[in-house]
Write a new protein. Structure first.
Length: 105
């Protein structure tokens, strides 16, 4: 709610579809990204690292938190989610058109 007691809307104009989109701020910011979207997944430790500037929409972040019951940690300019299965990481990355890079860390 804003100071007047009304709800504040966050909008994004999608030039390709020529339509307005409404959603959470991080989700709309994610849509606006023009650069390559990527994340890093370490299968041995089941950790998923997402760059801070490319934070995923809140509904996807919520799924990652619910998978482990842990909030992400900040590390090297990004967020690290623990106890994330490879299947979950790949499924969410595919839905968001994110390149999931694998590491051995």
């Amino acid at each position: 709610m804003d100071s007047d007691g009304g709800w504040r809307k966050t909008l994004f104009y999608d030039t390709e579809a020529e339509t307005w989109r409404q959603g959470d701020w991080y989700g709309l910011r994610f849509l606006a990204l023009q650069e390559k979207r990527y994340a890093n997944y370490a299968p041995q430790s089941e950790k998923l690292w997402i760059p801070q500037i490319q934070r995923w929409p809140q509904i996807y972040e919520r799924a990652l938190v619910l998978a482990s019951g842990l909030l992400p940690e900040r590390s090297q300019g990004g967020l690290v989610y623990s106890a994330v299965s490879g299947k979950l990481a790949q499924t969410l990355a595919d839905k968001l058109s994110v390149t999931l890079e694998r590491s051995h860390a």
